[in-house]
Design a protein around this ligand. Structure first.
Ligand SMILES: *Cc1c(COP(=O)(O)O)cnc(C)c1O
Length: 528
């Protein structure tokens, strides 16, 4: 039997009753909306407290993926394979920090690319391979369904996507990065993957140029006629699902590690946020039962989310800068540099639905109403760069779960320095945004005794320039010996493969078509 949490609909109302595999392979709904399950399952979550990470993942995924699509034995095998690549036995270890209050860091960066994106993309890579194998039973050569994943990256997503998809059957992956504008380590991570199905394109231009090219390819009939495009960006439902696991895991880890904390007590959870994917996973965890007193959105100077929680208006630019160009501010935490936050649409849908239910509508009517609201809001965002204020009830309802705070560039570096001086722990700049917000939170009345779980989203070695800058005056600090892992040091001596391309979407299209054909031929050759 397929339950309501195993069937999917679009936030914009154009599609419903879709299967899990459909929404994973499609990524984005045809009406431009994002996929959500028809219901969030209420779970017997307390019974999960002694499970291993992979057992916990299985319990959670099973609620959203029916047995008829992925039988339990296969699902377990996919999960075990996905998390066996992590360097920590705990997969995501929880580390108490010796700072004022009760602040614990959840290190979610121990996957192959040293970014938290691995937690979802290792799983997604294996999932794609599995779902494509199902489609391709009994098919040979050119008849096989072959997915060409194309994405743009400013660094973190690209390396995690490549590490998730390298060597996978029936998949080609092409990642565009702005030439000379990603960190040396990120570039080396991507270009040293020389598997046949991995293609790096260094585009003469900016990250925004790369994103524009990708958008044009997805909208281009000619491209779609020749290749089946797939996306792995943070709107893919399977990524949100994969990330709910570590929000539960960290809670149970805290109970195991602390005598004074037992399952059932509240935490405050702090997430350095960009596209709202990670913290949306935390929101799903709370809907399933996780007792978070608050989920705290930590933003850098690209603060559309903080401004929303403050004013109820969702606008690319604050009123006083309304004629500003549509570019992000440069910050030390580039993986959080966004103008609009794509997954926020999913939260708005829930809040609008609850608003309609509070006004007396039944669940189906409320879902329709929520989709109508979302369509209106996003039409306004497209036409005018913003919408809102949303109705006060909606904002107040959201504020029961969420809080937000914003951290300046200077403060981010200051926190890396002060935390190092107090604890000798080296924070990456994204994590430092979260820790700054955690420190402000524990300092407010009543919060000091509540455990804070603050997410550490990247290894500090990935953002070498910022970390070195923040710690340059520290006696005895040496980046190469204290921070840089041997595995990343070794990248500089490896063979690389990258194709340089001008800033032209037609040029990229021809390369993508050619590379997909070459991959198909290589795969057919290998299996014959
Ligand atoms: C992607 C990323 C974030 C932002 O996560 P969202 O899910 O987009 O909010 C934060 N930190 C790092 C290091 C990232 O790579």
């Amino acid at each position: 039997m397929v339950t309501d949490s195993q069937r999917y609909r679009s936030t914009r109302g154009g599609e419903e009753n879709l299967s899990f595999s459909d929404v994973v392979l499609k990524g984005l709904a045809a009406d431009g909306g994002l996929f959500l399950p028809h219901a969030v399952p209420k779970a017997d979550w307390q019974s999960w407290k002694d499970l291993s990470y992979t057992e916990l993942a299985f319990e959670i995924f099973r609620l959203y993926i029916p047995e008829s699509e992925i039988p339990s034995a296969d699902l377990k095998e996919i999960i075990n394979r996905s998390y066996s690549t992590f360097r920590s036995e705990d997969v995501v270890p929880l580390v108490p920090l010796a700072l004022d209050g009760n602040i614990n860091l959840l290190e979610i960066f121990h996957g192959p690319s040293y970014s938290f994106k691995d937690c979802a993309l290792q799983f997604l890579g294996n999932l794609f391979e599995y779902l494509l194998a199902q489609k391709n039973v009994g098919k040979e050569g050119k008849d096989r369904y072959h997915l060409t994943v194309v994405g743009a990256t400013s660094g973190d997503t690209g390396s995690a996507a490549i590490y998730g998809l390298r060597g996978k059957k029936d998949v080609s992956v092409t990642i565009l990065h702005p030439k000379g504008r990603v960190s040396a380590i990120q570039e080396a991570q991507m270009t040293t993957c020389t598997e046949q199905n991995v293609h790096n394109l260094a585009v003469t231009g900016t990250f925004d140029d790369c994103q524009d090219i990708v958008k044009k390819l997805f909208g281009d009939d000619d491209t779609n006629k020749d290749v089946k495009l797939g996306a792995v960006n943070s709107i893919n439902w399977s990524r949100i699902l994969a990330q709910t696991v570590f929000h539960f895991w960290s809670y149970f880890s805290l109970a195991r590690q602390s005598d004074s904390f037992t399952v059932g007590q509240p935490i405050r959870s702090v997430t350095p946020t960009g596209n709202f994917g990670n913290i949306l996973s935390a929101y799903f965890a709370t809907k399933m039962g996780l007792p978070a007193e608050k989920l705290i959105v930590a933003t850098n100077e690209n603060d559309i989310l903080h401004r929303f929680w403050t004013t109820g208006r969702y606008e690319k630019h604050p009123a006083e800068e309304k004629d500003a160009a549509d570019v992000c501010k440069e910050t030390p935490s580039p993986a959080m540099d966004i103008l609009v936050s794509s997954n926020f649409e999913r939260l708005l849908w829930f809040l609008a639905k609850e608003h309609a239910e509070a006004a007396g509508k039944d669940s189906d009517a409320a879902a329709k109403q929520a989709s109508q609201n979302v369509v209106e809001w996003y039409n306004s965002l497209k036409a005018t760069g913003g919408f809102g204020p949303v109705p006060n009830d909606i904002l107040e309802n959201g504020r029961r779960t969420f809080e937000s705070d914003r951290v300046s560039n200077a403060q981010t570096l200051e926190t890396i320095k002060s935390v190092y001086e107090k604890t000798k722990y080296v924070l990456d700049p994204h994590t430092a945004v979260g820790i700054t917000v955690s420190q402000r939170s524990v300092a407010r009345p009543g919060n000091a005794a509540i455990p804070h779980i603050s997410l550490s989203t990247a290894h500090p070695a990935k953002f070498a320039d910022v970390v070195k800058e923040a710690l340059k005056g520290e006696a005895g600090f040496d980046f190469e010996s204290q921070v840089l892992p041997d595995e990343l040091k070794a990248l500089s001596s490896k063979e690389t493969r990258v194709v340089n391309v001008e800033n032209s979407w037609e040029a990229v299209r021809e390369i993508v078509k050619r590379q997909t054909l070459e991959d198909l031929e290589a795969q057919a050759h290998a299996s014959s």
